[in-house]
Design a protein around this ligand. Sequence first.
Ligand code: NAD
Length: 317
Amino acid sequence: APKTVLITGCSSGIGLALAVRLAQDKQRRFRVIATMRNVGRSGALAAAAGPALGRTLEIKQLDVCDEGSIRACLDSIPGRHVDILVSNAGVGMAGPLECQSLTAMQSLMDTNFFGLVRLVKEVLPDMKRRRGGHIVVISSIMGLQGIVFNDIYSASKFAVEGFCESLVVQALRFNVAISLVEPGPVMTEFETKLYEEAERADYSRTDPETAEIFTKLYLRSSKDVFTSIGQTPEDIAEHTLRVIEAARPPFRHQTNVAYTPMAALKHADPSGALITDAFYKLVFKYDTVLRFSLRAIRLLRWKAQKVKAGVRLLGFK
Ligand code: NAD
């Protein structure tokens, strides 16, 4: 029988692409419950799903910030039976801390972190009872490594990672798998929304130097990064499908090889000096048009290889 997959945040981006990819699976392995906060925004998904809509894909309302709506959605599913939960809904935030309100930060945490917690609290007991299931979480490379001016967003994804890393062992006991998908930059509304917010922000709340670093240096480089190494939501959907169909699903899966050196650098030097220094130089020292460019990432990779070689030389591995 096809597996029931519930996905959150399907009105756009990765959620939409994944819902469509799974619903159009040639082997018809999935029955997709594509959820969104506002079903009035289902036009793009319905159009992309085509004839799958009403067959292998159905659209339901679910707001990850509202326990009642999560429960109502699950109660509407026969036997509350969800084989695979994909926690995808999320929001971004970038800019100087002083320009962001605490209310906005709390709202981001409420979506990105507590949204996942609410879903898991509702779905996990059923999965444990059935001794089977898979919780797939769209995290981010920023859940492994902080990036300048993404302080709050990164903190929310670290929270997600810590939560899953703790829970995975207990879940395993009940034959429930947990997987974190960690994309780098992906070209979706997420990015557009960030730039729109950056346009509207009140930079008088920070000092002119910080404002300049963010608006001149960061925003420009960020756009370059997205166009040079950014992936499409369809790419992330393919990666997520691989995680879903794996006989033994990985706990972590990074979608963009350009980012693996970051993780390597971080783990190679527990004091954190190496990675902080590398990022500092990346942002403030390298005089390239694309500061966060492939060239810089290649440098990071080279540094990581040197560190790895050093570790091997010392006979630790
Ligand atoms: P997106 O903005 O297109 O999609 C996010 C979706 O979540 C939207 O449809 C939005 O309406 C929905 N959402 C927001 N709050 C919600 C709520 N309370 N309840 C239900 N749905 C809600 O952006 P995306 O890039 O597709 O983002 C999907 C996930 O991927 C997010 O968790 C994001 O953090 C993560 N991610 C994105 C990128 C990127 O560069 N775009 C990189 C790494 C990770």
